[in-house]
Ligand binder design. Structure first.
Ligand SMILES: C[S@@+](CC[C@H](N)C(=O)[O-])C[C@H]1O[C@@H](n2cnc3c(N)ncnc32)[C@H](O)[C@@H]1O
Length: 219
């Protein structure tokens, strides 16, 4: 399989920091993520088993999700980092459906409106530069009646834990590039997507959001 696509280039804009970081760290991502990835594997499996029809996975990374998909899905996996995608391609041999891998930025997708039954994200929105714009694009490409499945870590609403996350965030962003205090519920609503369900999986930090298309964006 070939990886298609390239990022829409704008010479005046600096390269996205997430692309630079994940390109740089693709070679060791699986090792770095092994503990956290292991903790999430069961949840990720349960989420991804629900995918059917035409599916978009945003930020598919090194393709660790590929083995969780049920037979017969038509999956498009995108990532801003070509080097992460190259690793996903190496994992794609036994994929039980139709798979396309494409370099793309969730903040500016080139799919037509209403393209996908399901959009999956897992641990992606901590590093998307403009998360509201990313969710806005997901809202656009999701079919009416389709569903977004988002396994994401963000800011805890617990008073003390949330404050600690705010204090640590600049250090973590500097070291790892990931924000640990994002308010995904707020960002999702602001994008116009509708939250159908919000499940707290751990300390109000790790959450599974189910979202649906909202035709009239909320201001
Ligand atoms: C922490 S990794 C998670 C990878 C994978 N979802 C997983 O759970 O193993 C985050 C991924 O999101 C991708 N990413 C970050 N910003 C993105 C964007 N704007 N558009 C598409 N992918 C993006 C990164 O390149 C990286 O592969």
């Amino acid at each position: 399989m070939n990886i298609s696509g390239s990022l829409r280039s704008n010479p005046k804009r600096k390269e996205d920091p997430a692309k630079m970081r994940y390109d740089r760290n693709a070679w060791c991502f699986d090792f770095q993520d092994s503990l956290f990835g292991h903790m999430l594997a069961k949840r990720k499996h349960e989420m991804i088993r629900q995918a059917k029809g035409t599916v978009l996975e945003v930020g598919i990374g090194t393709g660790k999700s590929l083995s969780h998909y049920p037979e017969g899905v038509e999956l498009v996996g995108i990532d801003i980092s070509p080097k992460m995608l190259a690793r996903a391609e190496a994992r794609s041999k036994d994929f039980p459906g139709k798979l396309t891998l494409k370099v793309a930025d969730v903040q500016s997708l080139d799919f037509p409106d209403n393209s996908f039954d399901i959009v999956v994200t897992s641990c992606v929105f901590c590093s998307v530069t403009d998360p509201v714009q990313g969710f806005r694009e997901i809202n656009r490409v999701l079919k009416p009646g389709g569903m977004g499945l988002h396994l994401e870590h963000g800011r805890s609403n617990h008073r003390v834990i949330g404050k600690i996350m705010d204090i640590l965030n600049p250090v973590v962003v500097r070291m790892m590039g990931a924000n640990i205090n994002r308010d995904h519920a707020h960002n999702i609503r602001k994008s116009g997507l509708r939250i159908l369900d919000e499940e707290d999986l751990w300390l109000d930090i790790l959450k599974l959001f189910k979202t649906g298309k909202e035709t009239v964006p909320q201001l």
